[in-house]
Write a protein that binds this ligand. Structure first.
Ligand SMILES: [Mg+2]
Length: 413
């Protein structure tokens, strides 16, 4: 496609959306508080971690989206687009440049070098155990838990040690998000959200719902691809888009397992209510249908077949820079739009500084999400957004304040 200095939604024919933190906006501060409480208590109660350190009040200024965990060394990192390490804490303590170089000679580390080359190289396999990225509001609070656990271990002894905290933290995260827990009420996360939906979700405005319908009325095919299993996705979508949420989409894919959805060729699985039935062939996918798993290649054929004009143009809108932006752009040739609430929380790139949970999204100690305070270098996350999405928005609510064919300037980044 010809690169222009503007972006327009109506230049695309088949437009897909992620659900969580894209169409469905969360009250991020309340969610992070809740997640901190659940994860910290899990580690204290089940894994013997220090209550003194982990059960302190949440320090929201330490949290920022996009921190990278080095489990062996007990460090949290930020890197620039070329993989240079630009900021590091050991536990909660910020390191000087000289201290950083003791851990990472020449400010480089094999794991982050691989990640900078291609983030999917460290998504699975051996390096996924050495480094982890905390990319969205589901897991960013794990950074503070990790750092406090490191502080606790350091306080016990000053000898050099292996931290190996991540496997325990992963157990805690998996316990929180295990899909079965939505229905069997075993975990604390889903039962809390089910009991108090208004505390955690914003309802979509009537503007936004009309904007989606206006896209459909103009002949676009609209689809949803979410990682959530169908029961939780139904809960979230009903409380944000409304009880008629399915009517906004020509097809819904849940439990899509991004980024693999865009890189692999898994079968679509049919559903009977919330129960998976069996594989569904491409030719049997239906408009108005809902499925789990699946893959982009087949979905694209399905969308193209139903668009009824040759060579439709595809767009995907999401918030997770690896699952929703990098993977579809690089592996599936799909153009993307990034939803990034930090644009408003920081008040940058033409947006007014306004966000009810600014204190959770912004950090005076790390500095901007987009740019490193001390070195002045742009972060790798900024570079992924710039290189792999056509356009950034703070929310779909923002986009919906404009007509569907509005030309947004893109030469401001
Ligand atoms: Mg999301």
């Amino acid at each position: 496609m010809v690169q222009t200095d503007y972006f327009r939604f109506t230049d695309y024919d088949c437009i897909g959306f992620d659900l969580d933190n894209t169409l469905a906006r969360y009250k991020v501060g309340a969610m992070i508080e809740m997640e901190y409480h659940i994860l910290a208590n899990f580690l204290v109660d089940n894994k013997g971690y220090s209550a003194k350190h982990l059960l302190k009040p949440l320090d929201h200024n330490f949290i920022i989206k996009g921190l990278i965990v080095d489990d062996e060394n007990g460090n949290l990192l930020r890197i620039s687009g070329d993989g240079t390490i630009i900021q590091v804490t050991h536990g909660t303590k910020f390191l000087t440049q000289n201290e950083i170089k003791k851990y990472y000679p020449n400010l480089r580390w094999k794991a982050t070098d691989l990640f900078a080359q291609n983030p999917l190289q460290t998504w699975n396999g051996p390096y996924s155990e050495k480094m982890r990225t905390l990319l969205d509001y589901y897991d960013i609070v794990a950074s503070l838990i990790f750092a406090r656990a490191v502080d606790a271990i350091d306080e016990d002894s000053s000898e050099i040690k292996l931290y190996n905290i991540w496997p325990d933290l992963l157990d805690a995260l998996q316990d929180m998000f295990t899909r079965e827990h939505f229905q069997n009420e075993k975990g604390k996360y889903f039962s809390e959200i089910k009991a108090n939906p208004d505390k955690y979700y914003y309802k979509c405005s009537s503007h936004l719902l009309k904007w989606i319908n206006a896209l459909r009325d103009s002949g676009k095919i609209i689809f949803l691809i979410t990682g959530s299993y169908v029961d939780f996705a139904t809960h979230t979508a009903s409380h944000t888009l409304g009880p008629q949420w399915r009517s906004y989409f020509d097809i819904v894919i849940s439990y899509a397992k991004k980024p693999g959805f865009f890189t692999e060729r898994r079968d679509f699985i049919g559903l009977d209510g919330f129960t998976e039935t069996g594989p569904v062939k491409l030719e049997d996918l239906k408009i108005g249908g809902i499925y789990t798993h699946g893959n982009w290649t087949d979905l694209k054929h399905f969308l193209a077949r139903n668009y009824k004009q040759p060579n439709p143009r595809f767009l995907y809108v999401g918030d997770n820079l690896i699952q929703d932006i990098y993977a579809p752009h690089v592996y599936a040739g799909c153009e993307t739009v990034t939803v990034c609430e930090e644009l408003e929380a920081e008040g940058v790139y033409g947006h007014d500084k306004w966000h009810p949970d600014e204190q959770f999204l912004c950090s005076t100690i790390w500095g901007s999400y987009f740019k490193c305070k001390s070195s002045g270098r742009m972060t790798n996350w900024y570079e992924i957004m710039k290189n792999h999405s056509r356009f950034f928005i703070p929310s779909l609510e923002y986009a919906a304040t404009f007509p569907i064919d509005h030309k947004f300037r893109t030469n401001i980044y």
